[in-house]
Design a protein around this ligand. Structure first.
Ligand SMILES: NC(=O)c1ccc[n+]([C@@H]2O[C@H](COP(=O)([O-])OP(=O)(O)OC[C@H]3O[C@@H](n4cnc5c(N)ncnc54)[C@H](O)[C@@H]3O)[C@@H](O)[C@H]2O)c1
Length: 262
């Protein structure tokens, strides 16, 4: 199956590091014109993403943008539209994790989580949709989380924000369907990044988490990218309004570790 993304204009938010940086490189490897949005970008000498098979970092444009700020979002989207004429694919990857029990969490931290995780998807989609409507098609792909399906203790802000992303996705899908714009959300499980520090946990703690997975290995950003590249392609043109679970079977069964004799 040919997933042809050549010359598609792809905007990926939160793409200075983590999953977003890898997604950006993977879309670039498919021949897309990729623009990364983030609050700031590391020194180019440090590199921002993964390398392709040739050892080269692929070109990705960088635009400073705070997805929680309406003016910043509009200015960044206008900049891309000015440069490329349109935006074919929007990946709303930017997100923050705010931990804390409901009894303890401060209002400002709760609000920051909502502003970035849900507000960012709302503002970005609102700013980009007119370009896609004018073009008669497009793809919006939103980072939810496994936490939108099953939350954990002390994840009220994060889980609620990601559940809201799922409902926002469904509403956007219905409102933008008439223009052939598909809108989907995806739920990664556990990708070790700076957001969660999984890889730095003691072995026993890592084992406890891995024991919740049918596939019993950490997820990689490439596992996520594989899904997103498909969702962005013409082959996914009849998929909209869904939440796609890309979590390696996290809690798909009650005790998946039994299959590993654990
Ligand atoms: N890592 C996981 O296991 C996991 C699991 C489920 C869902 N997710 C989701 O995947 C996405 C990426 O996660 P990650 O692990 O790569 O996180 P990360 O913290 O490594 O990267 C997030 C990026 O978003 C950027 N960002 C934060 N606030 C922003 C703002 N206001 N405007 C623009 N950019 C902003 C950060 O600067 C950073 O570059 C997030 O939405 C996260 O909730 C991650």
């Amino acid at each position: 199956m040919e997933l042809d993304l050549r010359n598609k204009v792809v905007v990926i938010t939160g793409a200075a590091r983590g999953i977003g940086a890898v997604i950006a490189q993977r879309f670039a490897a498919e021949g897309a014109r990729v623009v990364a949005f983030d609050l700031a970008f590391p020194d180019p000498a440090e590199g921002v993403g993964v390398e392709d098979g040739q050892g080269e970092e692929l070109p990705v444009e960088q635009v400073v943008c705070n997805v929680a700020d309406p003016e910043s979002v509009q200015a960044a989207v206008d900049e891309v539209a000015g440069r490329h004429g349109t935006i074919d694919v929007l990946v709303n990857n930017a997100g923050i994790n705010v931990e804390g029990a409901v009894a303890d969490i401060e209002w400002a931290r709760w609000k920051a989580c909502m502003d970035v995780n849900v507000g960012g998807v709302f503002l970005m989609s609102q700013a980009v949709a007119p370009l896609m409507q004018a073009a008669g098609g497009g793809r919006i792909i939103n980072a939810a989380s496994f936490a939108a399906i099953v939350p954990s203790v002390a994840s009220a802000a994060y889980s609620a924000s990601k559940s809201a992303v799922v409902q926002l996705t469904r509403v956007l899908a219905s409102e933008l369907g008439p223009w052939d714009i598909t809108v989907n959300a995806y739920a990664p499980g556990m990708v070790p990044t700076a957001m969660n520090g999984f890889a730095e946990m003691p072995t026993e703690a890592q084992d406890r988490l891995l024991d919740t997975l049918s596939l019993r290995r950490w997820e990689t950003p490439d596992d996520v990218a594989n899904l997103l590249i498909f969702l962005a392609s013409d082959q996914a043109s009849y998929i909209t309004g869904t939440l796609l679970d890309v979590s390696g079977g996290k809690l798909a069964t009650q005790i998946p570790s039994r299959a590993y004799g654990r």
